[in-house]
Design a protein around this ligand. Structure first.
Ligand SMILES: NC(=O)c1ccc[n+]([C@@H]2O[C@H](COP(=O)([O-])OP(=O)(O)OC[C@H]3O[C@@H](n4cnc5c(N)ncnc54)[C@H](O)[C@@H]3O)[C@@H](O)[C@H]2O)c1
Ligand SMILES: CCCCC[C@H](O)/C=C/C=C\C=C\C=C\[C@@H](O)[C@@H](O)CCCC(=O)O
Length: 283
């Protein structure tokens, strides 16, 4: 049986039908935790911010899209109260803006416990930009986050979740550079997780690997595939097999945040299931 249905029966004592079921109880582990989410104002990042807030966390919403950021903040203020979120205009390609955003978050919401490196783009024509946002910026944000969170330098530890993709585990042939960035994110996440264990950072690092998700990234894909646009029909065949809702990806985030046995993992989120990637063991 669907675990949410089981949980609904346990909490209400009656059968809950799909679509009518009450929301699952909040994870107390996230209560008053302070989260930084990049690329937070729409798509997967917005769903991440929403699930964090529903589970009692405070969230700094970092994004380059100021107009969408301000209107999202208004919506979230009505639902959760103005003191639970902060919108910060921040380009993850700028070290200065990231530093300022972490300082402002710590000042307004408290010490950072959770970082979701989620901002990303897909543009094979502007491939250097794709590498810069999807991979270089993940390293940049993570190293600044370490200055705040690392237990070895006075921080209190926490969790860093990097949004990779199924394209970080299996190549997507119409998007070789996007694929390379997501393989890079998975590799960086696993190496940092091992570092954290070896050096005592007190931080868990995990990668979230969704399949296709209904967001703006799937719009006008033809133009953004550049010299590989002839393969867009082939990619569309995969897309037509099933597209996830952003809320389903956010459930994967919740699993990685609250399952404290997981470090250095890549969680595949697909339409039919969620499963951890089995990596070969190096001996
Ligand atoms: N949609 C999918 O099918 C899918 C699947 C797997 C993984 N992903 C990944 O999920 C993440 C979120 O993508 P999405 O699908 O929600 O796309 P989206 O375009 O809806 O959202 C991306 C967000 O990132 C922000 N952003 C872009 N560049 C930025 C920058 N330099 N600094 C700060 N913010 C920036 C955008 O303004 C936007 O709000 C990306 O890393 C993407 O690669 C998406
Ligand atoms: C051009 C569209 C951009 C989408 C961006 C997104 O990040 C890319 C996702 C890429 C791949 C998705 C693949 C999904 C595959 C699964 O449905 C399944 O076929 C793979 C099963 C693998 C396994 O379980 O062994």
């Amino acid at each position: 049986m669907d675990s949410h249905v089981t949980a609904a029966i346990q909490s209400t004592g009656r059968v809950a039908f799909k679509g009518l079921r009450p929301p699952p109880p909040p994870h107390m582990a996230l209560q008053d935790q302070v989260a930084v989410v990049t690329g937070a104002v729409q798509g997967i990042g917005r769903a991440m911010a929403e699930i964090l807030l529903r589970n009692g966390a405070k969230v700094a919403l970092l994004d380059v899209n100021e107009a969408a950021g301000k209107s999202l903040k208004e919506v979230l203020d009505k639902q959760h109260g103005p003191e639970r979120t902060l919108f910060l205009s921040c380009d993850v390609e700028s070290e200065e803006q990231i530093r300022a955003a972490f300082q402002r978050t710590a000042g307004a919401l408290g010490a950072v416990d959770i970082v979701c490196n989620n901002a990303g783009v897909l543009n094979e024509a502007e491939w250097e930009k794709t590498i810069s946002v999807n991979l270089v910026a993940v390293v940049r944000v993570t190293y600044i986050a370490l200055e705040h969170m690392n237990k070895m330098s006075g921080g209190r530890g926490g969790v860093i979740i990097n949004t990779a993709s199924m394209a970080g585990l299996f190549p997507l042939l119409s998007c070789p550079v996007y694929t390379a960035t997501k393989y890079g994110v998975v590799g960086f996440t696993r190496a940092m997780a091992a570092n954290s264990t070896a050096l005592g950072f007190g931080i868990r690092f995990n990668a979230l690997c969704p399949g296709f998700v209904q967001t703006d990234i799937l719009d006008n894909i033809y133009e953004r595939l550049g010299q590989f646009s002839q393969l867009s029909a082939e990619t569309q065949v995969f897309v037509d097999k099933g597209v996830l809702k952003t809320s389903e990806v956010a459930e994967g985030l919740l699993e990685l945040l609250t399952n404290d046995t997981k470090n250095g993992e890549a969680l595949q989120v697909m339409c039919s299931s969620q499963k951890y990637m089995k990596f070969p063991v190096f001996t």
